[in-house]
Design a protein around this ligand. Sequence first.
Ligand SMILES: Cc1cc2nc3c(=O)[nH]c(=O)nc-3n(C[C@H](O)[C@H](O)[C@H](O)COP(=O)(O)OP(=O)(O)OC[C@H]3O[C@@H](n4cnc5c(N)ncnc54)[C@H](O)[C@@H]3O)c2cc1C
Length: 490
Amino acid sequence: MAKRAIVIGAGFSGLSAATALASKGFDVTVLEKHSGPGGRARQFSASGYTFDMGPSWYWMPDVFETYFAWYGRKPSDYYHLHRLDPSYYIYWGKDDYTPIPAGVEALEAMFEREDPGSGKRLRKFLKEAEYKYEVGINSLVYKPGRKLSELLEWELIKGVFKLDVFKSISKHVRKVTKSPRLIQMMEFPVLFLGALPGNTPALYSLMNYADMALGTWFPQGGMYEIVKAMEQLAKEQGVKFMFNAPVDGFEFSGNAIKTVICGEQRYEADVVVSSADYHFTETKLLPERFRNYSASYWEKRVMAPSSLIYYIGIKGELKNLAHHNLFFDESLDVHAEEIYTRPSWPEKPLFYVSVTTKTDASGAPAGCENVFILIPVAAGLEDNQDVRDRYYAMVMDRLEKHTGQEIRSRVDYLRSYAYADFVSDYNSYRGNAYGLANTLLQTANLKPSCKNKKVANLYYAGQLTVPGPGVPPALISGKVIAEEIYKDFS
Ligand SMILES: Cc1cc2nc3c(=O)[nH]c(=O)nc-3n(C[C@H](O)[C@H](O)[C@H](O)COP(=O)(O)OP(=O)(O)OC[C@H]3O[C@@H](n4cnc5c(N)ncnc54)[C@H](O)[C@@H]3O)c2cc1C
């Protein structure tokens, strides 16, 4: 008889784990607390607008190609991708923005114009980043992080200096250019991943390679198309889904889970993967004797930022904005400190604006725009309506001023989303949006383990374990854990 696997959560990592397990012959049931799949990447519709709730940057298209190829499929079997050009705009102030072109040649020329000589140095930087991407994405991220010996492969030892694990990305970037604008552009990808550039290993310049060389893409219909594709693929492999099914706990036989409890329902299990937030699984679903980590362990973790988000429908066209827009018109250093060093509501935050209707009209009624605004904020800050209203006013003031148009009077739909919503929707630890910060001490084997060491048949997937936050790592996380289970059970 096929072994019964229960997967808790239908976000990217849960979908990935469930599909991989089913493809290996497990009888898989996914239990998801929401009414549909997607987790942090869910979608909602209101007043004629359709909003992607979380991820909006489709980076590392090769990881998605690989994912679907595991099952003999291609992303294009399910959705249609566009490469964005410009990849994004960076706003520095009123009427002052840089469209970031797609493609390395155009970027080198842009660097050269801003800081003569830096174009050539960028080429070298990207060559090194390509190596890190190859080793990082094709090898390191597939390590389950259970044994140190995993890191003792000859290729990794040989490459350890080329991988720049012990140098900061901040120093690394400054070898390319002294231009403050170009530096900000090169540091932004790691900021959004979590942690200060000064504390992030230069290994993560692989994110610059993803940004600059591999490009920014968008699936027609929105990011939720990826979720739909993965759900369909999971079903094709035989995965069963139970929605509106919040898991409350487990029944044990000795040191193994026998039954997963979900309200009145009981699901027998030979193996369980929890892709719900790791901290929630440990502290709310497991009795103390079965937890991997203590309360003080969690208190010491550095979290990636939480987010304050506004989903906005706008009547009429928005000018001077691209699909992705970064507002770097205030100090990045001060905002980064307010996230990581002295967590507090930021005085003058940087923010990000996505207008998906610049690429895909389907997200809004005819002649209207679909807008998503995100302010990265420290994890764990209590929010309330006053705070949300204050930041809305602040961001709108700057958006209207810098892009030279009236926006507030045209708002047709508005919803905000922050700390309290992350906690209630995803059982998120300290309201984190993207899991743990990618510091050196929270990388690879130093992340919370993907296997519970005290419960024989409990595994973890998702952004708080290996390999880390982001959609591509979540896809990989599910696959890695399925491979571990397959090995352990055979
Ligand atoms: C605002 C935002 C913007 C982002 N932008 C990007 C981006 O542009 N590009 C990118 O690559 N990444 C981005 N990310 C990160 C990326 O979305 C996440 O890393 C990824 O979606 C996490 O997937 P996951 O499976 O680990 O977790 P989740 O998506 O949180 O999935 C966990 C699932 O478990 C369910 N669950 C929780 N508790 C229970 C329970 N008790 N019983 C049953 N089910 C339960 C939840 O409902 C959820 O569906 C963003 C994230 C956010 C929040």
